[in-house]
Design a protein around this ligand. Sequence first.
Ligand code: RIB
Length: 298
Amino acid sequence: MISVLGIFVADISFSGPKIPSTGETILGTKYNIGPGGKGCNQAIAIARLGGELNFLSKIGKDDYGKLALKTLIQNKIKTDHIIQDENLQTGVAGIFVDKSSGKNAINVITGAPSTLTLNEIKDNLNIIKKSKIFLTQLEIPKDVTLHCLKIAKENNILTILNPAPASDLPEEFFNYIDYFTPNETEAEFFTGLKITNKNEAKEASKKIINMGVKKVIITLGDKGLFYSDGKEEIYLKATSVQAIDTTGAGDAFNGGLAFGLSKNKPIKECLELANKVAGLSTTKLGAGDSMPFLKEVN
Ligand code: RIB
């Protein structure tokens, strides 16, 4: 069983010839409203691969809250661990997508989960303790994230932190992380090193391992990924695809990784699977809705 703690938001995406610059208006070509939020995207990726999971989150009782529940039900994800608060709004993300490269810029308003407290999450700690893997990101309050990582580690649960969006973390965080999965921008934030290729990713990964995490995977977009546990190193090229929207590709990767690890696959196979899931997710518009099903991956 995998437990995923994170947010659901409604992604409102605008696709056009470029990502607008400050002060600029452009005429776009398409818009889409669909499920997003890193936690929810990762949960959908796992569910579509056939993984068993619990999704722990908080939403409002509004139209986007209805979209959250509908999305989870459609993807056969249990809704028992979703806290709904009628006084709060479900979050939204505004996303600009450059249709020729699939690259994006995101502004996320997390809404209801920004108020998540340790007290609210305490009933769900047993779910985390009974899991094989605990996967989370940095979109909910950090004290809650840290507490859950700590509880997971104290119970020998394998932990994955996808440190997105990147922000300062207390040193203690790193003691409770088995797999740390930044993209190149986030890895630059945590190391202060510029990362444009495999060798630079290798240098950054050394620095991250020295911070105390057990294993690091730096995803490099169309340049692939770099894995290190301090001894073994693996570099994989990106899956070759015609990307139309890269939103959620990192989430697809993390979902694929968690699924592979939950099936006790060797690390290289987990990375290959996650890489493929991430690549396939970029061939469709949207985030949650673009997660591939097992039959597409096979
Ligand atoms: O990783 C992509 C996700 O980040 C989007 O779905 C958006 O909602 C933000 O949370």
